[in-house]
Design a protein around this ligand. Structure first.
Ligand SMILES: Cc1cc2nc3c(=O)[nH]c(=O)nc-3n(C[C@H](O)[C@H](O)[C@H](O)COP(=O)(O)OP(=O)(O)OC[C@H]3O[C@@H](n4cnc5c(N)ncnc54)[C@H](O)[C@@H]3O)c2cc1C
Length: 376
């Protein structure tokens, strides 16, 4: 089958890798000139690795990953509010985003990748779908199937569903990557929750770590756009030593800043011969660390369905399996964000009390559904 994939992010690349393996005639169109992912880390949950099974990609990711066994939430004085052991017999990894992209891209030979190709519009008909590019010099091209993996602002999705605009969730996130850190508990990812914001510190391989700081803000807040390392240090200087040490190690440059959005869960990811995948289909807040993981799961399920069923049934099956599941992840991530971003002192005290008395098993039960999805 001739398949056009829009977007070479984690979702598009994983889909391409799996479909090329099945012998499809694949073309991946990416608007940028290359795929660089500066200065950020990412968590890949055991639910994703389990679904990749014995595929070489899983081995590749394990090779670049650092294993995390616990997730701890603390207050700004360093008191532990919860400390959840991750599900037994699962491997939860943290990786540098660039390493992850490089590993996945190594399964997509360069002849399948078309950089500098921004898809402007699509025309879907019963028997074909045509991609049209922004540049006049790039000729329209028809495919049997178009997979839109063009991210949260997907213009493919918004051309089909104009109301499906990203919704700002009220907080903005700074991120960075640091070397030579001495983290005492290397298997624990930590979040410090306080009225001023939330600070996360996540160990990576080779004494590196990534961090994030999530602050309630207006969308495109000019105040935070002007923030650099010294401003973050000043704002969080009362936090425990570990936070101050990480900010101290951060270089003045390469601090990322992103406002946090998600979309309302969609009723369908399939529109004739166009399939939405990854953030284009189900952009979610990063509170469960599942966005990229769910994009990879979409790719696995779509490839399995196309291999197992005839065309129409495969798309129906993908739709049925992924819409319902990712809706749950969007909603749960959104709710965690609402709880974690509280800034009112009284509400924070109440929240901290509740989190502290909540049994750890109850907290870990919140993620069990991630393992219970069907693969085809
Ligand atoms: C602060 C933060 C922290 C996060 N942490 C985690 C985490 O720990 N774990 C996790 O699993 N997820 C995490 N995520 C989510 C994760 O980054 C996304 O879910 C993931 O990158 C989605 O991948 P994607 O391939 O669907 O989309 P994207 O990565 O957005 O890729 C889309 C690609 O399409 C290209 N494109 C867009 N439009 C066009 C067009 N018209 N034509 C051609 N190309 C186009 C873009 O240039 C881009 O390369 C986090 C997100 C944020 C913001």
């Amino acid at each position: 089958m001739k398949i056009g994939i829009v977007g070479a992010g984690i979702g598009g690349l994983t889909t391409a890798a799996l479909l090329i393996e099945q012998g499809h005639d694949v073309k991946v169109f990416e608007q940028k000139q290359d795929i660089t992912e500066i200065g950020a880390g990412i968590g890949i949950g055991g639910n994703v690795l389990e679904k990749l099974g014995n595929h070489d990609l899983a081995k590749g990711i394990r090779n670049i990953g650092h294993e995390i066994e616990q997730m701890a939430v603390l207050d700004d004085k360093g008191n532990t509010l919860s400390n959840v052991k991750l599900k037994k017999k699962t491997v939860n990894l943290t990786v540098k985003r660039q390493d992850l992209v490089d590993v996945i891209q190594s399964y997509v030979p360069s002849q399948y990748l078309y950089f500098g190709h921004r898809v402007e519009t699509i025309e879907s008909e019963p028997l074909k779908v045509t991609l049209k590019f922004e540049s006049q010099s790039q000729a329209d091209e028809a495919f049997d199937l178009c997979i839109a993996a063009d991210g949260i602002h997907s213009n493919v999705r918004q051309s089909i569903l104009p109301d499906s605009k990203p919704i700002y969730r009220g907080y903005t996130v700074f991120r960075g990557l640091v070397d030579d850190v001495n983290i005492k508990e290397e298997q624990v990812a930590k979040e410090y929750w306080a009225t001023k914001g939330r600070v996360g510190i996540v160990p990576l391989l080779n004494h590196q770590a990534y961090w994030f700081i999530s602050i309630n803000a207006k969308a495109h807040d000019a105040k935070y756009k002007a923030f650099g390392k010294p401003h973050l240090q000043a704002k969080f200087n009362h936090f425990p030593n570990e936070v101050r040490m990480i900010l101290d190690k951060q270089s003045e440059t390469n601090i990322l800043l992103h406002d946090i959005y998600d979309i309302q869960p969609l009723k369908s990811f399939v529109y004739q011969r166009v399939v939405l995948l990854g953030d284009a289909a189900h952009a979610m807040t990063p509170n469960m660390g599942q966005g990229a993981g769910q994009a990879m799961e979409d790719a696995i399920v779509l490839a399995n369905c196309l291999a197992q069923y005839d065309f129409d049934e495969a798309l129906q099956r993908y739709d049925k399996l992924r819409v319902k599941h990712t809706k749950k992840v969007i909603k749960r991530s959104r709710n965690i964000g609402k709880i974690a971003q509280k800034s009112n002192k009284l509400l924070v005290a109440l929240r901290n009390f509740v989190v502290k008395i909540m049994p750890n098993q109850l907290a870990s039960a919140q993620t069990k559904f991630l393992y219970k999805t069907k693969l085809k």
